[in-house]
Design a protein around this ligand. Structure first.
Ligand SMILES: [Zn+2]
Length: 339
């Protein structure tokens, strides 16, 4: 486990539940009961997914403990998660709003994921350590979200991550680094990390990617020094990459690579027999950036990868790595994109 402990003391109400032989306990302020049930749900669903896909949970209990909103974070200690009132306990989600992100559920899944990614697999105290903790916790939480909300809704979460990453890299004061050499930079290990792992899962499939992670956990969990580092993680992922797609590692981990894909034109032609012909013109580029900035040092790279093309119920067209939210698409397929 990663060394660390926390002290919390208050007049708590305790909600108790169980998952198999694991006691789930939420310590909360009795004036903030709104999302406690939802957090218990998130804990259970996370324990189910992670223990099935990665390795068994190592403790007999999992506790979430509320603290006041003078700080706004949650942090995972071994089997114990202090969790700010302001990022889950007093959240009121507008379920009518399609753009709402159930962040209490998502953050709970992220913190539970740290019981694996930080407390089973411990990265060495080196440059890339947060890939093994934060990036893998983000991916794990995304997969729990996907099981909960369905694949069609994932674009909403990924769009938040993408916008945040692009905005933040523009404000970098020192140097943006590739994911593999991240220096505790949140917009890289969280935001870009989510996008990289989801893109990988798209390319490899959930089974192959999770299989690689499972083998990695088996190899390095609970190890003594020297601890694991990101190059070792990537070696396990590389073994699961289909032939001919090896450049994914180079693009997603070793370099700063930006995909710029836009729909230029879209037209619909009625064929008269109840069918429609939809034409979509796509402009697609791939850029590499270096740590000096996202400006004119970007070099255009040849783009050659598969993207998803979809058309949804209200006639809009979209192109991206994942399908959009809203109604289920009428049509979805994958085409090779070249610039
Ligand atoms: Zn975290």
């Amino acid at each position: 486990m990663l060394a660390g402990w926390s002290y919390l003391s208050a007049d708590y109400e305790v909600a108790r539940d169980r998952w198999n032989d694991v006691a789930i306990e939420i310590y909360y302020d009795r004036k903030h009961p709104y999302n406690v049930e939802r957090m218990i749900e998130a804990v259970k669903k996370s324990l189910v997914y992670f223990s099935r896909e990665f390795s068994p949970y190592q403790y007999r209990q999992l506790r979430i403990i509320e603290f006041p909103r003078y700080a706004r974070f949650a942090q995972a200690f071994p089997n114990t998660v202090p969790f700010s009132e302001s990022i889950g306990f007093i959240a009121k989600l507008d379920e009518e709003d399609n753009e709402t992100i159930d962040y209490g559920f998502y953050l709970t899944a992220h913190e539970v994921a740290h019981q694996w990614w930080a407390h089973q697999v411990v990265g060495g105290y080196v440059q890339d350590a947060t890939v093994m903790s934060e990036t893998l916790a983000q991916y794990s939480a995304l997969m729990v979200m996907e099981e909960e909300y369905g694949r069609e809704k994932m674009r909403r979460f990924l769009k938040y991550e993408l916008d945040n990453y692009l905005r933040s890299r523009g404000g970098e004061l020192l140097e943006e680094l590739p994911l593999l050499r991240v220096e505790n930079q949140g917009y890289i290990h969280y935001r870009k990390g989510s996008l990289v792992m989801y893109a990988l899962r798209d390319a490899l499939g959930e089974e192959a990617l999770n299989g690689a992670l499972k083998r990695y956990v088996r190899e390095v969990a609970f190890q003594e020094p020297p601890y694991t580092y990101s190059r070792e993680l990537v070696d396990f992922i590389r073994e699961a990459i289909p032939e001919g797609r090896e450049r994914l590692i180079e693009d997603l981990f070793d370099n700063i690579t930006i995909y710029d894909v836009k729909t230029r034109e879209a037209s619909v032609e009625e064929l008269g027999d109840g069918r429609y012909r939809v034409r979509v013109a796509v402009e697609a580029h791939k850029f590499r950036a270096d740590g000096q900035g996202p400006g004119d040092r970007d070099t255009d790279r040849r783009l050659d990868r598969r993207g998803g093309v979809r058309r949804d119920g209200n006639g809009r067209s979209g192109v991206g790595q994942v399908a959009g939210d809203g109604a289920a698409p009428h049509h979805r397929n994958r085409r090779r994109l070249r610039d």
